[in-house]
Design a protein around this ligand. Structure first.
Ligand code: IMP
Ligand code: MG
Length: 181
């Protein structure tokens, strides 16, 4: 397989991703036995992880999606999440599993978790593919985390830089020259 020229190196191969996603999905499946959770994918970064993750679940699940954004750098954050696409389903009384690509500052998930509890969710747990613990500014921890990673900007397997690279089947480190020019 050829590596994208904007990629410094591959951090996680397709094989590593598949094996770990399966392991995490089976753990979640076991923990939710007898339940019927609402599995919420956060668009767009989680799409590939989400699609792989749900195919290892044997429990009955309902799928839903949200698109959120934090205000761009420089803008003063109102402390509220900007919801670009909301859920179709009511979360009241539901066990919700949030599926996210990466936790960085923690802003997105800290706010989203609080919002879903405000709306009456019975439980809210977080499944993340990647965790940059070193960058945390908001108090939130994943309940299930596939990989702890260093503070590097990564692309592929759903993750983007300027909406590029999401389709790469591996997780790679983006060359600094791409965003520092
Ligand atoms: P947080 O709200 O600061 O935790 O930001 C999480 C969001 O930032 C993720 O859902 C990604 O969209 C984005 N993000 C953070 N780090 C990276 C990265 O290394 N590559 C691509 N997107 C990232
Ligand atoms: Mg994202």
């Amino acid at each position: 397989m050829s590596i994208h020229p904007d990629c410094e190196r591959v951090m996680l191969t397709e094989e590593q991703l598949r094996a770990r996603v399966k392991e995490i999905a089976l753990a979640v499946d076991e923990d939710y036995a007898g339940k019927r959770p609402l599995v919420v994918g956060i668009l767009k970064g989680s799409i590939i992880f989400y699609a792989d993750f749900i195919r290892f679940l044997s429990m009955p699940v309902e799928l839903d999606f949200m698109a959120v954004s934090s205000y761009g750098s420089g803008a003063v954050s109102s402390g509220k999440l900007n919801i670009k696409k909301d859920l179709d389903r009511d979360v009241k009384g539901r066990d919700v599993i949030i599926v996210e690509d990466i936790i960085d500052s923690g802003f997105t998930l800290a706010n989203l978790k609080a919002l879903l509890y405000e709306r009456g969710a019975a439980s809210v747990k977080i499944v993340t593919l990647l965790n940059k613990a070193e960058r945390r500014e908001y108090e939130v921890a994943p309940d299930y985390n596939c990989f702890d990673i260093e503070n590097e900007f990564v692309i592929g397997y759903g993750l983007d830089y300027n909406e590029q690279y999401r389709h790469l089947p591996y997780i790679g480190i983006l060359k600094r020259s791409v965003y520092e020019k």
